[in-house]
Unconditional design. Sequence first.
Lengths: 73, 192
Amino acid sequence: MGMGCSQVYLLLSAYLDEMTDPEETREVKTHLESCLDCREKLSQLHRMCLILRKLDNPKAPRRLWKDIKKRLD
Amino acid sequence: MDADIELVKQTLKGDERGFEKLVTKYQDKIYTLCYRYSGNDEDAYDLTQEAFIKAYRSLGTFKGSSRFGTWLYRVTTNVCLDEMRRRKRHIPAQSLDQPVLGADGEMKPIILDDTIPIDELYEQKEQAQYIQSLLNQLKPEHRMVLLLKDIMEFSYDEIAQMLNISSGTIKSRLSRARELLRRKLLDREHLP
């Protein structure tokens, strides 16, 4: 008997990162072959991670070194 | 020879220009981490300065067993996790329905406008603001792991070195953080 959705849910994040152990990987893959809900959840996690990766992040103010140096001197 | 190691050696010999080059090299990444952790520019700037100053003062303890960048991020994560708790200006884990304590000490409603049409919310700026508000919802320890993995793109091994936690703890915190964001983004139709 393979893993159910509730067990697979807990592993999807690690599975996405290829950090599940061989047994877990096999079980998750098998489950995903027949479970649309879990496949969709995995896809959502993946898309969410892409959104985070593509966030436009602010640069440090250029005065940073001057302010640090004042405190070091 | 690692260029960073040379700059560390230069700094330890008394030449501050070595440290200036290290600051210039890492400032944007360190600031990004501090900004995404604290949720605002003012705290991010303070935390970034504190991280570099702490790194400078403890530079003699850097033995080169890890890469300098990894060591610097370890200093930075400690500063973020320690300093914000000490100042009590951290963004607490809050539900979307609870008012939050602002930096000025006043209670403020969560700024999330449900009346903005969804198509407008797809504008990058609004989405980024909404995502930051969700990051602010996370417990500090969960937030930090998520930031290091999904924004800074470090490996589990690097994160384990920076935070001195096990791979199992990383998996658990990451799973919880990602699940919260996934559900909230899905609720607001931010996951196309």
